[in-house]
Structures are given as structure tokens and as C-alpha cells.
Ligand binder design. Sequence first.
Ligand SMILES: Cc1cc2nc3c(=O)[nH]c(=O)nc-3n(C[C@H](O)[C@H](O)[C@H](O)COP(=O)(O)O)c2cc1C
Length: 310
Amino acid sequence: MTMRNLDVRDFRRALAQFPTGVTVITTLDGDSQPVGVTASSFNSVSIDPPLILWSIDKGAYSLETFRTAEFFAVNVLGRDQVDISNRFASRGEDKFKGVEYSAGAGGSPVLQDYAAQFECKTWAVYEGGDHLILVGEVLDYRYQDIQHPLVFARGSYAVSASHPSMVKLANGEHSSEFIGDYLLYLLRETYSRHSDGFYKILQHECGVSPEQWRVLAVLADNSGMQVAELSPLVMQPEVALEETLSWLLDQGVVQRLEAGQVGLTEEGKLLAERLVNMAKIHEANLLRALPDDQAELLKNSLRSLLQANG
Ligand SMILES: Cc1cc2nc3c(=O)[nH]c(=O)nc-3n(C[C@H](O)[C@H](O)[C@H](O)COP(=O)(O)O)c2cc1C
């Protein structure tokens, strides 16, 4: 059975519900120049022999280099390497300028910073529709427990955190006295519990996803922005942001402006205003749980913590 009238954008959104890590896959080209691409298609295959795979778009500039490469290296990125991910997701040359690396198996660049690294010998190359599937035999690997991996989910960069239910709550009391009194736990738990509630309201009442909301909220404060400027503010790499924008363009709430900028349409301004008001109401309802003067105090304290050195 084949799927007829596949809505490509919708299909991509369905696939993006599956979170992945982010890697930069590297090799050397025929002139021994370093080549690298950002890839989230990395996965484990086999333990014995140790095999991994990833897939490369047949439209990629570096397709031929990877198709014929004898060796390649997989650099699994850490949470602080969003810039590296964005840099290697751009097309073409000079991606390694200013990036620190050394030579791994067959000379494939291994980055100085990483969450994990796998130095591989190409084991097989398979056809995979508009991608090639590259399987590598792992010759060497290393990882750093201290480095949290960067996550990519629903087109946005994210960080992984223990699931809230991992911290047991019994009769409203925390099973651990320490956790129940630990600032970072309290901050994260408060955020995840209440942001989920707000995202549900956005989805049900306006059909807007968290990714779309972030774009609308940032554009509401700017008459026009370049996609490259918007990308770090909404934590979406440009390729994924273009998908979010194309939905917003279709809805007539975002428009392309001069000089590659995007901005809200009049309809978009009304929608953004409505969403911002909904956020304010949600916030006010939440803060109602606090005595009058405590809300401002809490916000000021959080601002001070944000400015303090980590
Ligand atoms: C988070 C993220 C994941 C990506 N995953 C892949 C992937 O698995 N395979 C792929 O071919 N391209 C992937 N891309 C897109 C490539 O990084 C991008 O097309 C890049 O331009 C390829 O480099 P090249 O054209 O210089 O070869 C991804 C991009 C991002 C931002």
C-alpha cells in the first residue's frame, strides 16, 4: 500500500514527535579537507559487531564525500553546543573555522567538546529513498558523563531532564526532604507543571503549538526580523524554523518582508495580542496562590538569580 497525497509538512511534524540527540558527523574529503554535517538521524544498530547508522540527504553538498569516505566520526553534541549544531547545519564550506578538533580514525575530525564520540569505518551504504543510509563499524569511542546531551524534539533544541514522576510525591509531600526543599527542583517542577497547562490551553483554544507560540511572542515585540536572528530566540535551527514559519505564513499571520525579514501581518498582531493576553491571564491565575506582594518579590529574586554567575 502506498500513501497517496502525502502532506510532506504534516508528515515531518509527525516524525518530529520522536525526540533525538544531535550529532555532527565528520570526515575528510578527497583533498584531505575536513567536512561535517549536523545530523539527528544517528542511531545504534548492533553491539557485536559494534555498528551505528545515520542517513544523509541526497541533496546535501557533502553527499559524495560521505558516500565514498572510508572513515567518519560521529560527534554527539552537548547541551551547550547549539552554535556548533547550527554552524554544521549550514551548507558548504568553512564550517570548521574557529572550531577546535583533532584527527580521529582515518583523519576524521573529532571535536574538542562532545557528549560522546564514535570513530567509525564505513561498513555499508544503503539506498533509502531521498537519503543514503550509512552504517559504520565503531573502531573507538569515548563519552563524558558530565556533559548533558543536546536534544532535538519537535523542531526545537531542548535539554533532557528526569521525568517529574521520577521524584515520587506522596500525599502532596515529597518523599525526599532534600528534593522537596531544593531550589533547582522547585524551579523546574513549577515550570514544567504550569507550562504544560498553558500549552494545552493554546492548543485547544487557538490551535497553536508551543513552537508557533514562541515565534509569535518574539515577533510581537519586533516589526521585522531575519530568520537567522529569530532562530536562537525560539531555540529552533533555521531548517526547522522555516517549517514553523511556513505554517504561520499559510495561516496568514506571518509575512515575508523586505531584505529577508519576517514579521506579523495585521491578523498575526491580533493573534499574538490574544495569545499574550492569555499568557498574562494564566500567569495571574497562577500567582493568585501567592500573597499580594510576593509575586513581584519572586520575579525580582528570579531576575537576580538569572544575572548571577552560574
Ligand atoms: C537538528 C538537525 C538535524 C539534522 N539531521 C540531518 C540528518 O540526519 N541528515 C541530513 O542529511 N541532514 C540533516 N540535517 C540538515 C543538514 O545538517 C544540512 O542540510 C546541512 O546543510 C548539510 O550540509 P552540507 O550541505 O554542507 O552537506 C539536520 C539539521 C539539523 C539542524
